[in-house]
Design a protein around this ligand. Structure first.
Ligand SMILES: Nc1nc2c(c(=O)[nH]1)N[C@H]1C(S)=C(S)[C@@H](COP(=O)(O)OP(=O)(O)OC[C@H]3O[C@@H](n4cnc5c(=O)[nH]c(N)nc54)[C@H](O)[C@@H]3O)O[C@H]1N2
Ligand SMILES: Nc1nc2c(c(=O)[nH]1)N[C@H]1C(S)=C(S)[C@@H](COP(=O)(O)OP(=O)(O)OC[C@H]3O[C@@H](n4cnc5c(=O)[nH]c(N)nc54)[C@H](O)[C@@H]3O)O[C@H]1N2
Ligand code: SF4
Ligand SMILES: [Mo]
Length: 721
């Protein structure tokens, strides 16, 4: 028996884990690491199942290649050769724009995804870059880019110090938090109330988070922007603002908000006018306050406008960039901010002319790009850690489109709804054999913190790490063939990074010799050496060695005001009224006159699930974690429904079991996403298949400024079966 420690990579809470392993390497127990200064022993059922997940017999251990319907195990050499040939054939015949890449959510939870995703995209040389970001948080990036100049400058609620927290469209008691890295989110919310603070939740469902709050308000799905406009209106009309950052566009904002008095928006958003005005007054009067909005408000038709207004309220109430308000983390690998003006729409998608954002095109238009003939039609797809057949809007259409591709390669541990269309599947090793550092999540942490987890078990002989797989794909994509040495990629990137650093005035290594710096780096792999370089060049002077000496993680202190370091708009001020958002507000204003749909669909998450891919772990499926349609009992009676209903939308139809509950507002139904595993090669998941919510979502509708998919507020009709 031995004990090992590592960070849990399953959600954004980055909990430290304490693992016990026997001498065969089998994980016998997983507990929270009480010595982790950030998570302090917190763990959830998913983290506790990490050993089971790694040992899932359905996980792929060797590459798989497909000829027609026949799967065959392949050697790594054969698999990489097949990828090289498959991509070459498509590029030679159709050019590089015929390649598309889709990066899924777990890329945000792996060192490999963060370190090798960007070079892979560059090497592919295509504009057909898609990711789960446009089914998730792209509206936040776009609003932050337009207001602050940097799409990664995302302010997080200062959970541990705030006196008043208004949560819109997030359910951290199930999700454990998102774009707000905070292990033990539930404990932090209880502590907020314990110190006399107030918690208000706005959600079309009375969630577990809402049940913990002082107050819960129902909101009609997709209408948070109206509610926020009503708050902005009140703050301005009643002179409740205390702006203490330099802003541009206040007068324009005032002019725009004039039209959205609480009385004007109340009916549309379903929150009474008096309550809207009261929320505004309470936010203004609280010693400190933070508004935090997440997926319920992002994956909606006015997602970007809503994200913008969240920060507008934080600014107007004097809570932007100050303790107890919303603040910016400073990560251990931060190395200079972008200094060019932010813009979207530098290019557009071929078929629907949707604008690029952050270098990506909307996943809602991936099927269009595959199906529509003509120059630039997508003929080959690379997916890394994604399951868009279940997670993208109108998934069944993608399912059909993928069948027609000339070539598809997936980096994924499972043969699932998406990867079954691949010609080659390249499975990464299990978590226990993978190093970990949260390059993508700590920039939205509620405390500054760093932790490196070396692999708990050694690599299996002959089996590449995920970093190694992605490096080889990058070499192949850049035309260097299947045999090229992937270490060369790391060397090239390191060289560029160090060269830039020695030339940057004020950098800790200004004027040093690149070769000497290079020789001084630690790490057993290129990925680790790159991390070491990033840590050493970062603001805390950390290094891989220092983190290895602190296996429970390093606390780097509470967040501190730092807007001046973060802000990079051309004006040097925070832009309160960016033109693309003002323009979209006109679209929102037009909607006020349109009668709402009688019944709309929203999503939800469950503590023991994780998007589409933890359904093959016995202890995590079944029980209350079920793919049911939550519906208000009044609607069941009104529509004369029984145990199941036929749900129809513009996109498709499904028969689903009903879960009548008073906790959902009338006129709204909720179905979790990530289900629909019928016929999968994952044997446990196949026993609990459920249905895919994305059969009902509509890929023809997007949030205009960001191109984000719309999962909440989807019009549906229900009838008895
Ligand atoms: N209707 C509806 N749809 C939604 C949402 C919603 O709320 N409602 N939410 C959206 C959101 S927020 C997101 S983030 C997306 C997620 O969308 P995706 O990222 O496309 O889907 P996931 O289910 O997260 O799929 C993860 C895949 O990665 C694989 N995987 C797991 N670990 C690893 C690893 O370490 N390496 C590699 N290479 N692969 C790995 C899994 O086997 C699985 O195939 O779904 C979106 N879809
Ligand atoms: N257990 C678990 N944890 C997860 C995941 C998971 O699948 N399972 N997924 C991970 C991922 S990829 C992400 S992005 C995060 C997401 O983290 P959260 O944003 O906390 O996600 P949810 O738990 O889906 O909570 C969204 C809430 O929005 C509500 N909602 C729906 N429509 C609207 C609306 O129009 N307005 C408002 N105000 N509310 C609305 C829903 O009822 C729901 O309660 O969770 C991550 N963590
Ligand atoms: S809350 Fe998230 S990070 Fe923590 S143990 Fe659970 S899944 Fe892992
Ligand atoms: Mo997500």
């Amino acid at each position: 028996m031995r004990t090992a420690h590592r960070t849990c990579p399953l959600c954004e809470a980055v909990c430290g884990l304490r693992l016990t392993l026997d001498d065969t390497g089998h994980v016998t127990s997983v507990k929270g690491d009480p010595d982790d200064p950030f998570s302090k022993g917190f763990i959830c059922p998913k983290g506790a199942s990490l050993g089971r997940l790694d040992e899932d017999p359905d996980r792929l251990r060797v590459p798989m290649t497909r000829k027609g319907g026949e799967w065959r195990e392949a050697t790594w050499e054969e698999a990489f050769q097949a990828v090289d040939q498959g991509l070459k054939d498509v590029v030679d015949t159709h050019g590089r724009q015929a390649l598309a890449v889709y990066l899924g959510n777990p890329n945000a939870h792996s060192m490999a995804g963060a370190l090798y995703g960007p070079p892979l995209i560059r090497a592919l040389g295509t504009r057909n870059v898609f990711s789960a970001s446009t089914a998730d948080q792209m509206p936040k990036h776009v609003s932050c880019g337009l207001m602050l100049g940097d799409p990664m400058a995302i302010a997080v609620p200062d959970l541990d110090r705030t006196d008043y927290l208004l949560i819109l469209g997030a359910n951290p008691l199930e999700s454990n938090g998102s774009l707000c890295t905070a292990p033990d989110f539930p404990g932090r919310l209880k502590a907020l109330r314990g110190r006399g603070g107030k918690l208000v939740v706005v959600d079309p469902r009375r969630t577990r988070t809402a049940a913990l709050a002082d107050e819960h308000l129902f909101v009609r799905p997709g209408t948070d922007a109206y509610l926020l406009l009503g708050i902005v209106h009140t703050l301005l009309a009643e002179d409740l603002t205390k702006i203490d950052v330099e802003v541009n566009g206040l007068e324009e904002l005032r002019r725009l908000a004039m039209e959205f008095a609480p009385e004007t928006v109340a009916q549309a958003c379903g929150v009474p006018a008096g309550e809207i005005a009261r929320l505004a007054r309470e936010l203004a009067a609280a010693p400190t306050a933070a508004v935090y909005a997440r997926i319920g408000t992002c994956t909606a038709e006015f997602g970007t406008v809503a994200q913008w207004l969240v920060d507008v309220v934080n600014i107007l109430t004097g809570n932007f960039d100050r303790p107890g308000g919303v603040m910016f983390a400073k990560t251990a690998v931060e190395n200079g901010r972008r200094r060019r003006p932010y813009t979207t729409g530098r290019w557009h998608s071929r078929v629907r002319a949707l604008p690029e954002a952050n270098g990506e095109l909307p996943v809602a238009t991936l099927a269009d790009e595959i199906e529509t003939p003509g120059e630039g039609q997508v003929r080959a797809l690379i997916t890394v850690a994604g399951n868009p057949v279940l997670s993208a809007p109108n998934g069944p259409r993608l399912d059909r489109a993928f069948r027609d591709l000339d070539f598809m390669v997936c980096v994924d541990p499972y043969l699932n709804e998406t990867t079954r269309h691949a010609n080659v599947i390249l499975p990464p090793p299990p978590v226990m054999r993978t190093p970990h550092y949260d390059l993508s999540l700590l920039f939205v942490a509620v405390r500054n913190y760093a932790r490196f987890s070396p692999p708990v078990l050694p690599p299996e002989p002959g089996r590449p790490s995920e970093a190694g797989i992605l490096a080889r794909l990058t070499m192949i994509a850049s035309g260097q063939g299947a045999d090229a040495d992937p270490d060369l990629l790391d060397e090239m990137i390191l060289d560029r990074m160090l060269r830039k650093a020695v030339e940057t005035p004020g950098s800790p290594v200004e004027g040093c010799e690149v070769a000497e710096l290079r020789a001084s780096l630690d790490g057993t792999t290129g990925a680790e050496r790159r991390l070491d370089a990033m840590l050493r060049l970062g603001p805390y002077g950390l290094s891989l060695a220092k983190l290895l000496a602190n296996p429970h993680g390093v606390d780097l202190g509470p967040l501190e005001p730092r807007l001046a370091e973060v802000l990079c708009t051309t004006s040097g001020r925070v832009e309160l009224a960016p033109p693309p958002l003002v323009e979209d507000l006109a679209r929102l204003r037009g909607r006020l006159a349109v009668p709402p749909a009688e019944m709309v669909l929203i999503g939800r998450r469950h503590l023991r699930s994780n998007n589409s891919w933890l359904h093959n772990v016995g202890p995590l499926v079944g029980g209350s974690n079920r793919c049911t349609l939550q519906i208000n009992p009044d609607d069941v009676t009104r529509l004369g429904l029984g145990g199941h209903a036929l749900v129809r939308s513009a996109g498709g139809e499904l028969v689903v079991p009903l879960e009548p509950t008073e906790t959902i507002m009338p006129g709204v139904v909720s179905l979790p996403h990530g289900w629909g595993h019928a016929g999968t090669a994952q044997l446990v998941a196949a026993e609990h298949p459920g249905v895919s919510a994305n059969t009902l979502t509509d890929d023809s509708v997007v949030d205009i400024p960001s191109g984000n998919a719309v999962f909440n507020g989807v019009p549906v009709t229900l009838s008895p079966v």
